[in-house]
Design a binder for this molecule. Structure first.
Ligand code: ADP
Ligand code: F6P
Length: 322
């Protein structure tokens, strides 16, 4: 009988720490006597036959690198049933019985579809946004937050020198976690996130005016990408309050860079657990962090969960950033 094989791919937006997860999968798999293939460019690699067998040294020197050595992609084609069946057939023809999928919610839907097509898949949450409801933590989040923190600190230096208001947009299309964490850590006067309804007069203008009265002359406003319109907000603040305002969109700088210790460690634990499951022929699960511990959940159950925004932390930020 052929030696059992598994594969690993990264899909959707890249995130620092994905390499650490790939490394953990490859090394844990080989340690269990499995062959391990790297699949290049997400699900497209299964459709185009872009795979390569990995050995222990294939993943040397990657734990500290940002990005993903396996490259990533968004594959529209893979959303079609015919493509999923073809990908499953490709796996079978290479004796691949299981795949670790490192990505976000969308990638987990792909993992569920591939499991239904007969190949066990395990999802590992990898996205800077921390927007996966089933897990308290996603690989890449800590690095992204710390990058945003450093950038906002730099912006504060110049805002302070000029007595200006700086509006900073951080990533997070549907999720305000990076904005909330960065906002509280930099003492932002206002934080706007998609999860909390806001009113510009009450939640931005009045907060600036109130802190002005206590002698403050420069202001940081952190805005999540999902709220956007930071240039319009800067213009409005200038017209309304007569203070100079500048907008900065941090953008993809938050997606790159060497992963923090936390991202490297969590990615290693999650990658290891994913292989433990595949080695037991268990599929259709997502490795998650719950109550600070690494565990796993059924993919369908995981995809049905709703994200809970930390309103208590938001309240704390609004109370002390005055
Ligand atoms: P993320 O994984 O970061 O949420 P996307 O939503 O872009 O990113 O999804 C990544 C990829 O996962 C998609 O390009 C596609 O290949 C696959 N995918 C997403 N949704 C589905 C689906 N409903 N069925 C099958 N594959 C999907
Ligand atoms: O999901 C991660 C993320 O960085 C989001 O914060 C952002 O909206 C999106 O990906 C941008 O994706 P891209 O530029 O790769 O299309």
């Amino acid at each position: 009988m052929a030696q059992k094989a598994i594969a690993v791919l990264t899909s959707g937006g890249d995130a620092p720490g994905m390499n650490a997860a790939v490394r953990a999968v490859v090394r844990s798999g080989i340690n269990k006597g499995l062959r391990v293939f790297g699949v290049y460019r997400g699900y497209n690699g299964l459709l185009n036959g872009e795979i390569k067998e990995m050995n222990l040294r294939s993943v040397s020197e990657i734990i500290g690198n940002g990005g993903t050595m396996l490259y990533t992609a968004r594959s529209e084609e893979f959303k079609k049933k015919e493509a999923q069946l073809r990908a499953a057939e490709f796996c079978r023809s290479n004796d691949i019985s299981g795949v670790v999928v490192i990505g976000g919610d969308g990638s987990f839907q792909g993992a569920r579809a591939l499991t239904e097509a007969g190949i066990n898949c395990i999802g590992v949450p990898g996205t800077i946004d921390n927007d996966i409801a089933c897990s308290e933590y996603t690989v890449g989040y800590d690095t992204a937050m710390n990058t945003a923190l450093e950038m906002v600190d730099r912006i504060r230096d110049t805002a302070q020198s000029h007595d200006r208001c700086s509006i900073v947009e951080v990533m997070g299309r549907r999720c305000g976690d990076i904005a909330l964490q960065t906002g509280i850590a930099t003492g932002a006067t206002a934080i706007l996130v998609p999860e909390v309804e806001f009113n510009i007069e009450r939640d931005v203008i009045a907060r600036i005016v109130n802190t002005q009265k206590t002698g403050k002359k420069h202001f940081i406003i952190v805005v999540a990408e999902g709220v956007g319109k930071v240039n319009d907000l800067a213009k409005y603040i200038e017209q309304r309050l007569g203070i100079e305002a500048r907008a900065t969109v941090l953008g993809h700088v938050q997606r790159g860079g060497s992963p923090t210790l936390r991202d490297r460690v969590v990615a290693s634990e999650m990658g290891y657990r994913a292989v433990e499951l595949l080695a037991q022929d268990i599929g259709n699960r997502v490795v998650v962090m719950r109550d600070g511990k690494i565990t796993d959940l059924d993919i369908t159950e995981a995809l049905q969960m709703e994200r809970v925004f930390d309103t208590e932390l938001y309240k704390i930020a609004m109370t002390i950033s005055i």
